[in-house]
Design a protein around this ligand. Structure first.
Ligand SMILES: [Zn+2]
Length: 252
């Protein structure tokens, strides 16, 4: 059994055939899905899905690229949704200096609010950090965040070590299967096995075998296979370990 710890099946084009997407995931032995919110609308949609299916869970948050759109009313709603029993984490939140659609100082302010919310409701935090690793880590540590995963981890081993030393986790997605991902395989080799998690980030980042197509939760099998190969372990060992790690981390 596998768990996709980060997917957006409420986004187009996956939403157009959502039931089939969920069915294909189940057939591929992907038993649980965490549907991640990126704004108020997609957070509500994630909760709606989670309410209908015991094996689907939701998160609520505002993506860093949209930090500048936050209004007091929106934040009030996000805080209220954070208490929902099927909401298992806060995020995705963080810092994105690659696109910098929102000014850095606003991204930092909104990130801090998410961290405070996660601490208050005692739920883990899903961090999106792009070209902003050291700043993300600094803010998390200053505010005393405890249960944190750096999702779609794509930085080098030296930054990964800083994340692990802080007691935080790294989660890997389809980009580890790309031929250009040699530095990620070094990171995976060194990643403590009892903390590693996997995700698709679908509909984005289809693994190499399906590159150019829409990614979906059933393709997480490719991510698990790649990790098994890098760590020189069997597929079923990796499936069991990543599932156990995700169940413990998210309390699902
Ligand atoms: Zn995402």
């Amino acid at each position: 059994m596998l768990i996709d710890t980060h997917c957006h099946i409420q986004f187009k084009p996956l939403v157009d055939e959502q039931e089939k997407v969920i069915e294909r995931a189940k057939k591929a032995n992907v038993k649980k899905l965490i549907v991640v919110g990126c704004d108020l609308k997609s957070s509500k949609e994630a909760i709606n899905l989670a309410e209908k299916d015991n094996n689907i869970f939701a998160t609520v948050g505002l993506h860093p690229q949209d930090s500048k759109t936050l209004t007091p009313e929106m934040w009030e709603d996000i805080c209220e949704l954070a208490n929902h029993k099927k909401v298992v984490a806060i995020g995705e939140t963080g810092l994105d200096y690659f696109k910098e659609y929102s000014p850095k100082d606003i991204q930092a302010q909104v990130f801090k609010r998410h961290i405070e919310l996660a601490i208050k409701v005692d739920k883990p935090l899903i961090v999106h950090s792009r070209e902003a690793g050291d700043d993300s880590l600094k803010i998390l540590q200053e505010l005393g965040a405890k249960n944190v995963v750096f999702h779609c981890f794509s930085s080098d081993l030296s930054f990964a070590r800083k994340v692990w030393n802080a007691g935080y986790r790294t989660s890997f997605t389809g980009n580890i299967t790309y031929p250009s991902a040699q530095n990620l395989s070094d990171t995976i080799k060194a990643c403590p096995i009892d903390t590693i998690m996997i995700e698709t980030d679908s509909p984005y980042l289809a693994p190499q075998r399906f590159r150019g197509q829409t990614n979906e939760p059933s393709y997480i099998v490719e991510v698990a296979k790649q990790i098994a190969e890098i760590k020189n372990m069997s597929f079923s060992e990796i499936a069991n370990i990543t599932t156990k790690n995700a169940e413990e981390f998210f309390g699902i």
